[in-house]
Write a protein that binds this ligand. Structure first.
Ligand code: NAD
Length: 504
């Protein structure tokens, strides 16, 4: 790992890709418009980037459609696609430091996390889907003997992926890897805060051997580029990760245009349930801190509601408060930093509004609650814990997307379940209990996509990730992700008896 000074040196020398990537071409926006990308750790503009408009979206869709129809990628033998995606995984690892730096500079996440989690995680996901794509078999249906019906999967065509800024490279790869593995052509719109790793990935994809015209990256704002993708009549599927509000817009766009499929990974207000019979309250407290303070709390499945059995409430809060010393913010480029800058001054203000609102609504501030200045820039927030939160308070209901924890006590298992499910989100939950029966009972009763038992935020490429209610629908990761990027085809072959043979 490089030192702080070495990272600073690299940051000073880092160049940025600033144009849309359509086919193998770098394109200006026809409108001539650009938008600024700001480093939240310095508030300095890193560069201006082309604002892709309807013209660029249409160009990319046409190129993607042409490549799909020609079969440049979709008709290649699975083993060939596999080799290309494996090469891409290798190139991601070779360029680990550069990709990590691009994400850290644009969103403020700790460089150590970007290097050790985001980039290797992205390479691993490409490798996993590369390995899986030539192991997908079709089915033969149990028809009567006078027919054979096969059920096969084929790529959809043109997939558009719209992703957020909190894990810029990794969130993109969650969509790209299975969509490309299935043989689709893909258009990626990164968040306007963080376009650089996606643009660099497009270059690496070409180098790996993905044919020109198959993978495009369109930087731009949601209202312009995202909306144009949502409304385009020749996109087959929109794969989205982001806020619930924007997820609702995408469904409207699909309805107003061509009824394209829409898959939504949206927000959450995930509960972490601590029962008094947990094996180790100390370990549960360590994990509970990570579950809310990791990545500055800018995690969709952050365990932002802590439900604690009343008999251990005070003991647990003392253990948890002690853990916050590990999560004090620091310079994102310092390899020792575990918690970096918020993504923007705007997001810092938004999270501070949640903190001030919780104070006004009568919650008790246990620790944190303040903005912090580092190198003269105040885009940092202390790890913050509120007790005495009630289910009607904004902090218990809405996603702050920052390092702010709402603690609510409970008195019985049933009450804990009822409180946990009292949310319009349903993404994830954690349960801490040493009683196997209780763990199973509670896990079964929680209305969420993933339940982590005696850990937090369990996540692996081999398990599906996604939620229900207003956290969205459809699953990323695992073989189930192929359901989003392929369609089933039934081919029915009627068999006729040969002359002179009575029955088949
Ligand atoms: P956001 O919804 O504002 O933006 C996400 C993406 O949508 C960006 O690329 C943005 O440009 C685009 N967009 C914005 N407005 C649009 C519009 N009108 N039409 C089309 N596209 C539009 O979310 P964000 O602030 O970037 O990210 C934070 C949100 O993402 C949180 O709610 C978080 O929970 C969620 N998230 C969910 C998951 C998950 O897997 N469930 C993972 C990470 C983040």
């Amino acid at each position: 790992m490089l030192t702080l000074n070495e990272w600073k040196q690299r940051a000073a020398e880092q160049s940025f890709l600033t144009h849309a990537f359509i086919g193998a071409e770098r394109c200006h926006a026809a409108s001539g418009q650009t938008f600024a990308v700001v480093n939240p750790a310095t508030n300095a503009v890193l560069t201006e980037v082309a604002q892709s408009g309807e013209a660029e979206v249409d160009r990319a869709v046409r190129a993607a459609r042409r490549s799909f129809i020609r079969g440049d990628w979709s008709s290649q033998p699975p083993a060939a696609r596999k080799a290309v995606l494996q090469r891409l995984a290798g190139l991601i690892l070779t360029h680990r430091d550069e990709l990590a730096l691009l994400d850290t500079l644009s969103v403020g996440k700790p460089i150590t996390e970007a290097c050790s989690v985001d980039v290797p995680g992205s390479a691993h996901i490409f490798n996993w889907y590369a390995e899986s794509l030539d192991k997908l078999y079709g089915e033969v249906a149990p028809t009567a003997r006078d027919a054979i019906a096969t059920i096969t999967r084929s790529a959809l065509g043109v997939v558009a992926a719209i992703v957020p800024w909190n894990f810029p490279l990794e969130m993109a790869v969650w969509k790209l890897a299975p969509a490309l593995a299935a043989g689709n052509s893909v258009i990626l719109k990164p968040a306007e805060q963080s376009p650089f790793s996606a643009l660099r990935l497009a270059e690496l994809a070409l180098e790996a051997g993905i044919p020109e015209g198959v993978f495009h990256v369109l930087p731009g704002t949601g209202e312009v580029t995202g909306k144009a993708l949502g409304l385009h009549p020749d996109i087959d599927c929109l794969a989205f990760t982001g806020s619930t509000q924007v997820g609702k817009y995408l469904m409207q766009y699909a309805g107003q245009s061509n009824l394209k499929q829409v898959w939504l990974e949206c927000g959450g207000k995930s509960p972490n349930l601590i029962f008094a019979d947990a094996h180790s309250l100390a370990q549960a407290a360590e994990y509970a801190a990570r579950a809310i303070f990791y990545n500055q709390g800018e995690v969709c499945s952050a365990n932002s509601r802590l439900l604690v059995e009343r008999s251990v409430h005070d003991e647990f809060i003392a253990l948890l408060t002690e853990q916050t010393r590990h999560w004090q913010p620091g310079d994102p480029l310092d390899p020792q930093t575990r918690s970096g800058a918020m993504v923007s001054a705007r997001q810092t203000r938004r999270v501070m509004e949640f903190i001030n609102g919780a104070r006004q609504q009568g919650a008790h501030l246990v620790c944190g609650g303040e903005q912090v200045s580092i190198n003269g820039v105040a885009n940092y927030i202390q790890p913050t814990i509120f007790t005495g939160v009630t289910l009607d308070m904004t902090l218990a209901r809405e996603e702050a997307f920052g390092p702010v924890l709402a603690v609510l006590p409970f008195d019985s298992e049933q009450q804990a379940i009822t409180m946990a499910n009292d949310s319009h989100y349903g993404l994830a939950a954690s349960v801490w209990s040493g009683d196997l029966n209780r763990a199973h009972r509670v896990a079964r009763a929680l209305d969420v996509g993933t339940v982590s038992v005696n850990t937090v935020d369990a996540l692996d490429v081999c398990t599906p990730f996604g939620g229900g209610k207003q956290s969205g629908f459809g699953r990323d990761l695992s073989l189930h992700a192929f359901d989003k990027y392929t369609q089933l085809k039934t081919t029915w072959i009627q068999l006729h008896s040969a002359a002179g043979v009575d029955s088949l």
